[in-house]
Structure formats: C-alpha cells, structure tokens
Design a protein around this ligand. Structure first.
Ligand code: ADP
Ligand code: MG
Length: 323
C-alpha cells in the first residue's frame, strides 16, 4: 500500500475506538473505518484522533501500521482511556451499545493537529494539499472536540464531507446544525435524513420513494438552507441516492451482496469510495455505483474492514482497468 508521489490525501477527523464485546475487542469508529479503507485503496489519509497509552491504544497503533498510515495526526494522552464502546449481547441475539463518555478521542488538541496538517503542505514529494476533510458528530460531543474540529476547518479549506452518523444521546441538535453549516457534502442514512427533515424542512415526507417530488423538495430545502453541494442518502439494501444542488438526482443500487455476513461499517465503506472516487475525478454516477458495490462487498465480510488487505486488490484492479 505505497502512496504514489504527489497523490491526493484526505484529512479524517474523529473517533478511533474499540467495540468491546468483553471477550473480543474489534477496532472501529466510523472515521477510523473510513481512514483504513482509504489507506487500503492506496490513499492513506491524515487521521486526526487521540488514544491512550493502554492495551486498546496499542490495538489502534497496530492498525495504523497494518494499513501503512502515518501517525502524524495521532495523539496519545498518557492515562486517558482509548475510546471504547461496551457491547452487550442481548438474549435475542442482538446487541446493545454503550458509548462510554470522556474518552481520549474527546480530547484532540489543536496544536499538534495543526502541526501535522502543516506537514502535508510542505514542498517536496509529499501528498500536498488535502482533497477533502471528513468529519462526523460523535467526536464533537465535548466542547474540546468541537473546538479542535473548528480549528481544523479554519486551517484546511478542502471540501468538507460530513457523515452525520447520529448516535442516540451523543451530539446535540445544535452540534448537528453547526456541522451542517460547515459541510459541503452531506452523507446520511435513511433515519438520519428523516430526522433532518423533521428538524429543518417544512415538509417531512416518507422515504419509500426517494424520487418523489416531496423528497426532492425537502432535500433541496436542506441544500439551500445549509449551502450544501449535495446530499448522499444511503438506503441499506436499497442502495444510495445523490441529490445535487442543481436538482439532479443520481441513484445507484441495490448493491449485489452474494453472501451477507453483517452490515457493520457499510456506510463507512461507501464514504471511503466516494472520497476516493472524488479525488480520482470519477464521474458522479460511476462513483456512486462503485461506492455502492464496495459497501455491498463489505457486507460480505465480518466487520468494517478486512482482516487481509489483499481484499482491496480486485476492487482496485477493476476500477483502474476500466478507464
Ligand atoms: N442489507 C444490505 N444489502 C445490500 N447492501 C447493503 C445492505 N446494507 C448496506 N448496504 C450497502 O451499504 C451502504 C450503506 O449502508 P447504510 O445501512 O445505508 O448506511 P449506514 O451504515 O451509514 O447506516 C448502502 O448504500 C449499500 O450500498
Ligand atoms: Mg452511518
């Protein structure tokens, strides 16, 4: 996974955490899933996050190494707990998630982050100016996290990709509002879209028909209200739809999932391909189709990223032979 000289890079801000099943720790966090997928495509991003110097922190670092990612944006806080979500197995085979408060990822410090960002722009064979900034809302649940993200967005003018990823009881509506004000591309799933319609649109249409006039009007209202370039809505087994500021609707899917294992990280896989394809200059319809297909592919493996990075090769071969 060597990065090509002068290749584009992205900046990914937010949580790196473990889903702790008690007897099993799985590395995740939506931003860290996106970052590892981008690295798998040969476009390792600057991942800005914070971990502790504990066993879970070591798990994070070994993922940075496995994916060949620079640790320039990785902050380590001595004695701080590396992000953890306690996963409770319920009797009926499903899971309950307890997102723990006050984790290392809540405390990203601006100064080292800005230093790492400045390093990207240094002259020479480095990646150069970032092609995009990815962020979500979980790492904005504290004032410290919000301040760090604001400092990043001040310093980096690349197009902003917001994957809302609302988690119950975490970021407030005010944080969502502020995030939308800073976003260019907005990615939501169906439930998140319905929530945004409820909060910010004059109409709250159902999402059974994503091409209905009411859905298109409500999306257009969000786009205008927040000066967005576009909204991408992922629809699970129904694929995904892109609403442009020009009123154009571009749908893709459903994805082909020959062998469904789990949908963990499906949205993050989608976002990673969308960011990669945008940096590569792929046409929109092709980017949507490839993001949808790859997200379907991730549904065919256990977890959000592959155990073996050889997983990425056939996708890259397909994408880069098709030109
Ligand atoms: N059950 C499924 N069958 C096929 N593809 C799926 C399924 N669930 C998710 N996907 C793929 O993953 C993408 C994102 O999934 P979705 O569940 O909408 O997002 P999120 O993970 O953000 O909630 C979808 O657009 C689709 O490409
Ligand atoms: Mg999501």
């Amino acid at each position: 996974m060597e990065q090509a000289r002068g290749a584009a890079t992205a900046v990914v801000f937010g949580e790196a955490l473990v889903d702790d099943f008690g007897d099993l720790q799985v590395v995740g966090g939506a931003p860290f899933n996106v970052a590892r997928n981008l690295a798998g495509f040969g476009m390792p991003p600057l991942m800005v996050t914070r971990i502790g110097d504990d066993a879970n922190g070591a798990r994070m670092r070994s993922e940075f190494q496995r994916f060949g990612m620079s640790e320039a944006g990785l902050q380590v806080g001595a004695g701080e707990p590396t992000g953890r979500v306690q996963v409770e197995r319920t009797g009926d085979g499903s899971h309950r998630f307890h997102i723990l408060p006050d984790q290392a990822y809540d405390r990203v410090q601006p100064a080292p982050m800005l230093g790492a960002l400045a390093g990207l722009a240094e002259p020479g064979p480095g990646p150069g100016a970032p092609s995009a900034v990815y962020f979500g809302t979980l790492a904005q649940r504290t004032a410290e996290g919000r301040a760090a993200l604001r400092a990043l967005l001040q310093a980096c003018k690349a197009p902003r990709y917001l994957d809302l990823n609302l988690r119950d009881g975490q970021a407030s509506e005010a944080t969502v509002f502020d995030s939308l004000c800073h976003a260019d591309t907005l990615k939501v799933n169906e439930e998140e879209l319905v929530q945004l319609f409820d909060w910010y649109a004059h109409i709250s249409p159902g999402t059974a028909d994503m091409d209905s006039l009411d859905v298109r009007l409500a999306c257009a209202e969000l786009i205008t209200k927040f000066s967005l370039a576009c909204i991408i809505v992922t629809l699970g087994p129904r694929g995904a739809v892109h609403y442009g500021a020009d009123g154009e609707v571009t749908a893709s899917g459903p994805a082909d999932v020959p062998r469904m294992v789990d949908t963990v990280g499906a949205g993050d896989a989608f976002s990673a391909v969308y960011l990669y394809g945008s940096a590569q200059g792929w046409p929109l319809a092709l980017t949507m189709a490839r993001a949808n297909a790859f997200a379907g592919g991730i549904c065919g493996i256990a977890g959000a990223v592959p155990q073996d990075t050889a997983f990425y090769q056939p996708w890259l071969a397909r994408w880069h032979s098709a030109a």
